[in-house]
Write a new protein. Structure first.
Length: 59
């Protein structure tokens, strides 16, 4: 079993879908400023707990 987390991101004009394998979760956010900020917050929370990466949220 691997300790790695895989995040897949599908970006389109109207929405973004993010699949996080360790959560077995699909996040769907609209491609608006508020939707992107919410998505970045979700990813930032993931980095704190599971993966050594940095995600900045700019508002």
């Amino acid at each position: 079993m691997s300790n790695k987390t895989t995040v897949g991101i599908d970006v389109s004009t109207y929405a973004s879908d993010v699949c996080i394998d360790t959560r077995e979760q699909l996040i769907h956010q609209e491609s608006s400023a508020s939707g992107i900020i919410q998505l970045l917050k979700e990813l930032k929370e993931l980095t704190r707990r599971q993966i050594p990466a940095r995600v900045d949220v700019c508002t």
